[in-house]
Design a binder for this molecule. Sequence first.
Ligand code: BGC
Length: 762
Amino acid sequence: MSKFFSFFITIFILTTINCKAQQKQKMNKGIKKSIAGKVDSLLNIMTLEEKIGQMNQYNGFWDVTGPSPKGGNAEKKYEDIKKGLVGSMLTVRGVDQVRSVQKIAVEDTRLGIPLIIGFDVIHGYKTLSPIPLAEAASWDLDAIEKSASVAASEAAASGINWTFGPNVDVSRDPRWGRVMEGAGEDAYLGSKIATARVNGFQGDDLSKVNTIAACAKHFAGYGFSESGKEYNTVSIDRSTLYNVVLPPFKAAVDADVKTLMNSFNELDGIPATGNKFLQRDILKEKWGFNGFVISDWASIKEMISWGHAKDLNQAAELAVEAGCDMDMESYAYVDELVKLVKEGKVDERLIDDAVRRILTVKYELGLFDDPYKYCNEELEKTVIGSDENRAAVLDMAKKSIVLLKNENQLLPLPKEGKKIAVIGGLADDNNSILGSWRIASDDHSGVSILEGLQKYTGNQLLYKKGADVTIGETAFTEELTINTTDTSDFKEAILTAKDADIVIMVLGEHGFQTGEARSRTELGLPGVQQELLEAVYGVNKNIVLVLTNGRPLTINWASEHIPTIVEAWQLGTETGNAVAQVLYGDYNPSGKLPMTFPRNVGQIPIYYNQKQTGRPLNSENNVFWSHYSDVANTPLYPFGHGLSYTNFKYSNLKVSKTNFKTDDIIEVTFDLTNTGKFYGKEVVQLYIRDLFASVTRPIKELKGFELVALNAGETKKITLKLTKAELGFYNNNGDFVIEPGDFKVFVGGSSETTLETEITLH
Ligand code: BGC
């Protein structure tokens, strides 16, 4: 093909794509306009009580033979739905339940406005994907989007049309149990993943039966709960708020996320739920968000405990004025707002604005066309747990595994002729590996790691528990602090290990040791597992340690002594198959840590994009520099770290411009070579450092990455781009600026990069 001809074809394709995008935009605008008209007509005929009803969400369970409400306040909830005083329900699920509650809203109320049905679809519905932190370790945005779309399709087939996800809270504190729900410590990676998840849940057409509305949460700052303690106060500076906390929310809004959830914490002494600066000034005004904001569970009422509102009446007033559109389980709006409007304390236009936002999303979901569109038994039967969905979560699970260490090439395992001991209670566990936040899944429905390994029959496999993590069955809502102290099974585990060629030890946390309200102050292996590891090591050093956990752990001893360590997180339904395929080399791991592993708890918060400080180095050879006396400044495993069964070499770093102007695009190119023996994938990472700025900048900031596949011996030239979007930052007024000066550009396979160069903005 001549150059001219291929140029012509490219232009033609680009123009067609552009035309299609423009057509879609036009169509969306058209739909939005017609929805706006319908919403206004509906608003005009609604009473004040009915409007406020749309702003009220109740939690509830419904019997299929019902409607027969159960649980606290059930009668009131039931009566309120009939009166048109409820706009949404959460945790009602399954086609029968959803239909029975929807029927009351649609058929028994004056206006028949359908309910929007919310649910925490956090990492899958019934077929579970890896916990979100693990998925983030894949750095594979297509796979993450696909995983969210699988979750959406199962939830939608069960009658649900709105998920309380994604959780986009950036956090630097692994003591906080909810790090398992997010995408880790970095705002850039977190923003890309936020976009992928919103796209996955909402698809390209919200009115389809396999897409649901997403909800970016928790707005904002919750991941910075002081000392990692759940529901604690948050104290962050403006620079951190604008550059670290808010970007993933902004990315979600730019991806057209339909809803946001505010958070339990306060910011600048004002609870996020009643925080006008966050919800009105930034979100709705500056960013132009036109979806709606829901409170977190009873967070309007909690403003009383915070000492911000004197009673529920004032809490309702503060929340609605701050821009919180829907009340989850505080009974504040439904019980107080009518009074507040009638007394002239709350302007009815605020109510109209909130209701307009809520009704718009219901129209966009297609609920007014058919309120029962998500209630299709046939889909419920065929979509949930389908082979296709299991294959998708298995794929995601393999991509999420991180090889932390592989000395002596113990992995991949030989496929035959070896005696392999498998040790650790978590190896034979089909429940913990499902992870936290999985309300709709069946307990014990995962493939255990032992089961996965047993599918490879060429070796002799000998399983001994050695030790459990916790005592007895555990549940999502129960306190889980009881780690076992029982060492009675050590003996036979040690004997078995002694005699084996290789020992696979599966250790870590129980799935319910992370998640909401699961903060911990010690991050070593819980219970007697460390003792067990050391005892086994005493008789056999050929150990492959497989970790299953929901947060970074402090595993110094293991890192020093154990030759091979695999971070397998909690990978959901297909955990065991994914782990076995990776251990046996049928899948070459390519995951990279989305969160730093500390050496000890005292280092926390430890994160790669720290500030330089005024005393970064021991240059004077004295004690007065920024460091600890008892531990290094470096982490155990840095952000972005992860190995492969093959090796990668980075070389020939070049930039297209060393001197550039604000609107220039800088191409950063380098060669990546697979110098090992296996086909493999590598997440190449691009970092920058703005050397001098009006607000100090971190020593490194991730600004680009790509997942590159290479055959053994192959070299590829990689090009990543930098523009002002990557080189600028938010100043303390929240304005995005790019300042002239020098920047370092780094490239490598982790935040401990290998190549660097400099560029200058004039
Ligand atoms: C959590 C939210 C969740 C809500 C509803 C709250 O406790 O903080 O993330 O969406 O409950 O289950």
